[in-house]
Design a protein around this ligand. Structure first.
Ligand code: ADP
Length: 333
């Protein structure tokens, strides 16, 4: 297995409405169209990794209900292994998503059965027979234990954290290449500027630390070198799940041993393709589509102009890789 993931999956009931519910809307709104889909940040990330060609396995949790079965079926269809999934006697997480068709804005109503929570006692080293582990912070003690066991064993460990708790620094310490949402470095350090925040985090963490910056792309601190890769200029229709697809691209490049700038570029490209389509799991790109966007950007000489390495801290090796252009994105090993 290339990658195992521990964290959120969900059955999403997506409803398209003529306008968002609220004080200015009628008390009854007709649903124009609706569909159900598997969601959740770790499930989506694993499905995206599988679409890129990685062998991915979901560790759970899901409930032993109909929604859990549907989540399992969709992930299996998308090539994600479910043979080690943790199933609890509980309802699976589900969300009712209301999309205002006129603006694309979403309201998410979600429910998580408390009995779904994975405990640290459930995490064993035997579950971590892969090259990489991806965790979120939902069941934090379990995520910390999994990350600690995995990093001790030399796995690449990545994360998707969107809230900061007392134990977040402990979790981040065990994650070998943290990929943080935009506001997380600030919450952890008190520094608003992403570069300053990443440099402050460097005092506690020696690995590559990455932050996603939405429409501004992504940034990483690699040693002392700050690397910023702007987002690909695409016509974005829905950015839901962009962070999950970014992380799949990130793991793909990191497992291949690419220089950090190439990892960010590839992850940005994968996320950008997903932004051009509606939905999260329904928007994940295939490897060929990511390669096509990278190829187009290269042909149009977009990349050297639109990427900036922060001048004073250019990593000569990374700068070289821009000049050399793209390497063939194949997975090593
Ligand atoms: P999250 O979905 O976790 O909040 P972000 O919004 O930071 O994460 O997006 C993740 C990545 O998706 C970004 O780092 C960027 O590469 C890409 N992305 C996000 N929004 C856009 C956009 N409007 N156009 C192109 N790429 C985007």
């Amino acid at each position: 297995m290339d990658l195992v993931g521990l964290g959120e999956s969900s059955l999403d009931y997506v409803n398209l409405l003529p306008q968002a519910p609220g004080p200015d809307a009628p008390s009854k709104l007709r649903i124009d169209s609706k569909f159900d889909s598997c969601g959740g940040q770790v499930a989506t990330m694993l499905a995206a990794s599988s679409a890129l060609g990685l062998r991915a396995s979901y560790l759970g949790p899901i409930g032993n209900d109909d929604n859990g079965r549907r989540i399992g079926e969709e992930l299996t269809l998308r090539g994600v292994d479910m043979s080690n999934v943790i199933v609890h006697e509980a309802a699976s997480r589900f969300a009712i998503i209301l999309v205002d068709e006129s603006t694309g804005e979403r309201t998410v109503l979600w429910h998580r059965d408390e009995r779904l929570a994975v405990t640290e006692q459930e995490i064993t080293a035997a579950m971590l027979t892969a090259r990489a582990l991806h965790v979120d912070g939902v069941d934090e003690p379990a995520a910390i234990r999994a990350a600690a066991l995995a990093s001790e064993r030399g796995l690449l460990v990545t994360c998707d954290l969107d809230r900061v708790t007392d134990r977040t620094p402990e979790l981040v310490a065990h994650v070998t290449m943290p990929v943080l949402a935009e506001h997380v470095p600030e919450s952890l350090t008190g520094e608003r500027d992403p570069e300053r925040a990443l440099r402050k985090l460097r005092r506690q963490h020696r690995g590559v630390i990455c932050v996603t910056l939405g429409v501004h792309g992504s940034m990483a601190l690699d040693g002392d070198h700050l690397i910023h890769v702007p987002a690909f200029p695409v016509h974005a229709v829905d950015t839901t799940g962009a962070g999950d697809v970014f992380r799949a691209g990130f793991v793909y490049g990191a497992l291949a041993g690419w220089p950090t700038i190439d990892i960010l570029r590839f992850a940005n490209a994968a996320a950008a393709v997903s932004c051009t389509r509606l939905g999260a799991i329904s928007a994940i790109p295939k490897l060929a589509e990511v390669e096509q966007l990278l190829q187009m950007a290269r042909t149009e000489s977009l990349i050297p102009h639109h990427e900036s390495l922060i001048a004073q801290s250019v990593n000569p090796e990374s700068a070289d890789s821009i000049i050399r252009g793209f390497r063939d994105p194949k997975i090593q090993g």
